[in-house]
Design a protein around this ligand. Structure first.
Ligand SMILES: CC(C)(COP(=O)(O)OP(=O)(O)OC[C@H]1O[C@@H](n2cnc3c(N)ncnc32)[C@H](O)[C@@H]1OP(=O)(O)O)[C@@H](O)C(=O)NCCC(=O)NCCS
Length: 188
């Protein structure tokens, strides 16, 4: 498998970020339903779906890294990563890490880490590798144990978590989305 690396969003990737968003929006089935907020979400992207201009999205990602700059102090700070191929810099996936769990929704079924792989690059093992790299970053952010959640029907995400040492903790029913969500813990 080609080598993946995790990097933070930056301007030189603006066109690829816009393309990533377009690819998801053109494949609505690949976008996670979030009826709780009446929108379609691109998992692990810090609300990329809302941003037509990738530069605005990059700026938002930067502001969420610290409580000094975060626009809404009720939200938790986090770091956005993109996974790109080491040789070509092609953007393959996105992974977001919350630095802490805060707020009922995040504590119950949001978890520390969210991710996605672009539809055209799926089933090549990238999600497993991306999460492996993400867990190393989570440890660098000072986390010792992370919560990762996925809909019980999301077989690909479930397998990605299990392949990275995830231990099933329990199921939780999310009333707003009428979905059962599986909670997994990974010791770092
Ligand atoms: C979930 C997702 C990240 C998986 O990406 P991927 O790069 O295709 O995954 P991988 O190739 O690394 O495969 C991971 C595992 O899932 C399995 N898998 C992948 N796609 C699958 C599918 N459609 N159905 C069943 N299993 C699948 C693989 O076989 C592999 O399992 P194995 O190691 O036991 O063989 C991707 O489908 C995605 O972006 N989905 C939308 C966003 C999302 O659901 N994010 C997770 C939110 S919790």
């Amino acid at each position: 498998m080609p080598i993946l690396k995790l990097i933070k969003p930056s301007e030189e990737y603006a066109e690829q970020i816009a393309e990533y968003r377009r690819e998801f929006l053109a494949n609505m089935a690949c976008v996670k339903d979030d009826p709780a907020h009446n929108l379609k979400k691109i998992a692990g992207t810090s609300w990329l779906e809302k941003f037509e201009n990738p530069l605005d999205w990059i700026q938002q990602c930067n502001t969420y890294e610290s409580y000094d700059t975060i626009p809404n102090k009720k939200h938790t700070t986090g770091t956005q990563y993109m996974s790109v191929l080491e040789d070509s810099n092609k953007l393959i996936g996105m992974l977001a890490i919350r630095h802490e769990l805060k707020g009922e929704e995040v504590i119950n079924f949001g978890g520390h880490i969210g991710y996605s792989i672009r539809p055209s690059e799926r089933r090549k093992g990238y999600a497993k590798e991306q999460l492996r790299l993400g867990l190393i970053k989570a440890k660098e952010h000072g986390l010792d144990r992370v919560l990762i959640c996925c809909a019980e029907t999301n077989e690909a995400s479930k397998r990605t978590i299990l392949a990275n040492g995830g231990k099933f903790e329990r199921k939780i029913y999310v009333e707003e989305s009428k979905l059962w969500v599986d909670r997994y813990l990974v010791e770092l």
